[in-house]
Structures are given as C-alpha cells and as structure tokens.
Design a protein around this ligand. Structure first.
Ligand code: ATP
Length: 232
C-alpha cells in the first residue's frame, strides 16, 4: 500500500539519567517522502534518529520501520543511516573506502559504483579521501549509507559545517534521492538548509515534536507559492 508509513513512532520517550531527551513523540514518515526534522542543538533530533536506527532503545513507546518493530542494537532491514561518519581511511581513495565497507557488510561491488553515482562522486572516486572537501566527505558518507539500497535513509545533520555550495549540493542530492523514491529522514538545526528538499517537516523543541506536516503546512501557503516546487 502506497500510504504505508515507512517509519512510525508511537508515544516515544527517551530519558538519560532521569532527564528527558525525547518526550511522547508520535510521528509518521510516509513512503517516498523526504522528512526534515528541524530543531536547535540538544532538542532531541539525534536521539529520535538513533531510535529509528535501533541504536538507542526508547524508555517507553515503540518504533516501527517498514511496518516492523525496531529492536535494540540491530539496524532495521531496509534502512541505511549516516549518523556518524564511517571510519574512512584518509590515504585510500573514495572508491577503495566504499569497496572496503561493501566487503565488510557483504554487499556486492556493483553497489559501490551505483552509490558513487548517486552522490555525484564518480569523477573524484579515485582521489584520496584526505583530499576531499567536507561536503565530499559527507557525500561519501551518504554513499556508504546507500550501499545496501535502503528504502529508508536516515541522515543526521548532513549539512552541518558545510560551506553554502556544499549545503546546496547536499540538498540537491537529498531531493534527487527523494525523486528516486528513497524515503529520507534528515535532521538539521536550520529549516533553510532542508526546506528546498523536504516534502514534510517536523519541528523538535525540548524533546517534543511541536509541529509536523507538509512543507506547505509548516511554511505557510504564501511562502511555498513563491518558491519552485522541489518535486515538480
Ligand atoms: P545536536 O544537534 O546537538 O545533536 P539534538 O537535537 O540532536 O542536538 P540530542 O543529541 O538528541 O539532540 O540530545 C537531546 C538531549 O539528550 C540533550 O540534552 C543531550 O545532552 C541528551 N543526550 C543525548 N544522548 C545522551 C546520552 N547518550 N547520555 C546522556 N544524555 C544524552
């Protein structure tokens, strides 16, 4: 069913040492949407994403990916994530780094070329990782997350620290993945960094999802009319 949610959170709460990082969040990310999770540092975005990836167990509530409950300490089937940069080796090329990861993860070598193409790094694939700009390093991280052809891609602040052109390239890449029918959940502390590529936005403040809806709902109809639609 096209309307099946790709990711669902039911009343999810997470506390660390009695302090709330996330409070009672209900959230649905529909298949094929690009969902931007926006909020200031410490709002709880990373904790939400880590719970989607099975890296953190909710204190209460539950998380489903692709209709299946997420169990702790296990990456859900069909999900790829860039939460922390993989341990890329500086003196190896981008392609060599991805080939190594593909071997470790038991993914076929053809996925390396496909992923490099998706993140627009084929022309720099034979350059050493240490010569890459931060934006290229982040795109290689996205390529690593795409190796297993995930239906759901989770990206934690992929534009953080990038120069404006790097942010634009990341935004274009995420928009392209959305058009290729990958469901994307992407966090950012700046709505401006993700609004060009997102179909839906959730605003996180103090561990709560305080607003959630289509980009038009969140930005207001007038503002949306002024900009080109990211999805045609
Ligand atoms: P940032 O952009 O800074 O990563 P964020 O919105 O992603 O912010 P989280 O990293 O989810 O926010 O953090 C939410 C709150 O939970 C913060 O107060 C943080 O200190 C706390 N927190 C997160 N992870 C842990 C942990 N493993 N142990 C203790 N406290 C934690």
């Amino acid at each position: 069913v096209a309307d099946d949610p790709a990711v669902t959170l039911y009343g999810v709460t997470k506390t660390f040492g009695g302090r709330h990082a996330v409070r009672g969040v209900d959230l649905q990310v529909h298949r094929g949407s690009v969902y931007g999770l926006v909020g200031p540092n410490g709002a709880g975005k990373t904790t939400l994403l880590r719970m989607m990836c099975g890296l953190v167990e909710p204190t209460s509530g539950r998380v489903e990916v692709g209709g299946r409950p997420v169990s702790a300490r296990r990456t859900p089937a069909g999900l790829g994530a860039l939460i922390e940069t993989p341990g890329f080796v500086p003196h190896l090329t981008g392609r060599e780094n991805l080939r190594h990861l593909a071997r470790v993860r038991g993914v076929d070598a053809g996925s390396v070329e496909r992923s490099l193409g998706q993140v627009v790094l084929l022309d720099r694939a034979d350059d050493r990782y240490r010569t890459y700009s931060l934006g290229m390093k982040q795109r290689l991280g996205v390529a690593a997350a795409l190796l297993s052809e995930p239906a759901v891609l989770v990206l934690d602040e992929p534009s953080n620290g990038l120069v404006p052109t790097g942010v634009e390239e990341m935004t274009a890449l995420i928009g392209q993945l959305g058009r290729a029918n990958v469901t994307v959940v992407v966090s950012s502390h700046a709505l401006a960094d993700v609004e060009e590529c997102c179909t839906h936005v959730g605003i996180v403040l103090g561990g709560r999802l305080v607003a959630d809806g289509s980009l038009a709902d969140i930005l207001g109809p007038a503002r949306v009319r002024l900009r080109a639609s990211p999805h045609g």
